[in-house]
Design a protein around this ligand. Structure first.
Ligand code: IVH
Length: 551
């Protein structure tokens, strides 16, 4: 019985099967489904139609239900949500998960090569070149080829166990292919494809929920969810690039390691390459930077690794980064747009921040319409005024920032920005603390209260669906929430009295009980009429936006 090639989907009546026959069929189905999972999710070249796959999968589920004695937690049918947990357990890694020294400078890459050449004492040194994936670093452990556990990087020695959630990731085999080693701890990067990221964010915004800031943040937030059933529906992938510890297999080079990982059914990247000179590294860096926008996952540089594992040993580790590897990052993406206005935002801690309102511009696939200007001095140092053309970058390729003014416009410029001396949200006199301007009113400042409410409701905290900035403002303005505890006393009736909620009912926005992963704070799922902030301004979704006083 073989379900790998041209599998038949005509099956015998389950009730007519003996236990031995069922066992054989279950075994063959599991092998077939794992094989097709690998072709589909890891190798990207499926061999059977989705409908055929579904039939095989359903047959396996039926057989396991009819013959429970053959159930196994490594069966592909077990890649379905386990029960929610209270918190993620801490686990120690099999070997330290080191970080990488990184640079933007070509000369530092040359210095790195010189150091390696000198220490390795050889004329020709082979390097492996890989994309630097912008995801979440994980350790995944297999014993005798069977998935055992997965953990986030944490502090490099101890991470959080995310095994139940990782079981949901279809591209992660629960069982290795070929002849896997006795023990394998492998490091990889979990990520969300750019297309999936856009699609999910669009849906979140339509539902009145906060979008994810970027694909990395999406992957990190999803895999740390306490309820694996939520993870099941989210499209995440994992690519492997390092063996942390192996027993029962021997590799002498990193290239060999990558080859073996692929043989064991663990996805490696097709852009990985080998070279022996700086010129080749430069060409690879340029090529990957040019292709970066066309890839369907985010990368933010390339990683250069010494190929020979024995030589790596000799070079060792300095602080928490190995001397045998180096990341050469890409220059942050930048675009030019118009600064339309400078407004002041009051954050949850009371800090007043000038924020640039920009003519929306696409910076590497993300639309930027707001950017932080940090503080008053920063605005003055860059001499930014409404009407100016400005260069915008995604700092660390994530948070939008105004890099500089472009050109030397002298007419048609707006007024010079001055930080107000009263809080634009509550009218309290502000105080200065170094470069910062602070509203001292605490929770009696509506903007700070809104900041606290939205933070409390955010995905990272209580994860209350729909309690975004717009709704929080309504609760504060209508004095229904004067502090966080008030959320627990709100009645459905009070919620329904809110303007946005009332008009949203027509659009089906209020939908019964809150979707909750920990505890609920109210009794109605709130969805504001519109998202108060778009993808670009996620990190600055504070409150108290107000026009600045310009002189
Ligand atoms: S190798 C020390 N290779 O970049 C060697 N890391 O600190 C182990 N990263 O969080 C890391 N792509 O998760 C390596 N091809 C790649 C990588 C990579 C992305 C991440 C890694 C780490 C960060 C740098």
């Amino acid at each position: 019985m073989n379900f790998k090639n041209n599998p038949s989907t005509t099956f015998r009546d389950i009730h007519a099967l003996t236990s031995a026959q069922a066992s054989l069929e279950i075994q063959a189905l599991r092998e077939g489904i794992e094989y097709h999972n690998s072709l589909y999710y890891v190798k990207n070249r499926p061999k059977i139609a989705d409908g055929v796959y579904d039939k095989l999968f359903r047959r396996l589920q039926d057989l396991e239900a009819a013959f429970p004695e053959f159930q196994s937690n490594t069966s592909p049918t077990q890649q379905v949500g386990a029960e929610p947990v209270e918190e993620l357990k801490k686990i120690e890694h099999s070997a330290p998960m080191l970080s990488l020294n990184a640079t933007l400078e070509k000369t530092e890459v040359e210095d790195f090569l010189r150091l390696v050449t000198r220490k390795a004492g050889a004329r020709t040194i082979t390097y492996v070149l890989e994309p630097k994936f912008d995801g979440l670093s994980l350790e995944v452990v297999y014993e005798h080829g069977v998935f055992r556990r997965a953990a986030t990087r944490g502090d490099g020695h101890t991470g959080e166990a995310v095994s139940a959630n990782m079981r949901m990731i279809k591209g992660l085999p629960l069982r290795c292919e070929g002849s896997p080693p006795r023990f394998l701890a492998v490091r990889g990067e979990l990520f969300m494809n750019k297309d999936d990221f856009r699609r999910i964010n669009k849906k979140l915004i339509e539902q009145g929920e906060d979008p994810f800031t970027n694909p990395r943040n999406a992957a990190a937030s999803i895999v740390r969810r306490l309820n694996p059933k939520v993870v099941e529906r989210r499209p995440l992938s994992i690519v492997f690039y390092d063996i942390l510890k192996v027993e029962g297999a021997r590799c002498s080079s990193h290239w060999d390691e990558l080859k073996r990982l692929a043989e064991w059914g663990l996805m490696t990247d097709s852009h990985n390459a080998r070279c022996t000179s700086f010129e080749e590294i430069l060409t690879y860096h340029q090529k990957m930077e040019a292709e970066r926008n066309d890839l369907d996952y985010e990368i933010d540089g390339v990683v250069i690794k010494l190929d020979d594992l024995a030589r790596r040993q000799a070079l060792g580790v300095r602080q928490r980064s190995p001397r045998w590897a180096f990341a050469w990052k890409f220059t942050p993406r930048q675009e030019v747009t118009t600064l339309e206005d400078i407004v002041v935002q009051v954050g949850m801690s009371g800090i007043l921040t000038p924020v640039a309102l920009l003519r929306p511009v696409d910076v590497g696939g993300v639309t930027i319409s707001r950017a932080t200007l940090h503080n008053e001095q920063e605005v003055q140092k860059k001499d930014l005024r409404p009407g100016d053309k400005v260069r915008v970058a995604r700092a660390g390729d994530v948070i939008p920032e105004v890099v500089s003014r472009v050109g030397s416009l002298t007419t048609g410029r707006g007024k010079r920005f001055v930080m107000p001396d009263i809080c634009p949200a509550c009218g309290s006199r502000v105080r200065k603390e170094g470069a910062a301007t602070i509203c001292p009113a605490g929770l009696s400042c509506s903007a700070q209260l809104v900041g606290h409410l939205t933070h409390f409701a955010s995905r990272e905290a209580m994860n209350i669906t729909g309690l975004g900035e717009t709704t929080a403002w309504q609760l504060v303005d209508s004095r229904l929430a004067k502090n966080i505890a008030d959320l627990y006393d709100l009645s459905t009736k009070q919620f329904l009295q809110l303007d946005g909620i009332r008009s949203a009912i027509g659009g089906g926005a209020v939908s019964g009980y809150p979707r909750r992963e920990r505890r609920s704070a109210g009794s109605v799922s709130l969805r504001p009429r519109h998202s108060a902030c778009g993808v670009a301004c996620g990190p600055y979704a504070g409150a108290g936006l107000s026009n600045s006083r310009c002189e």
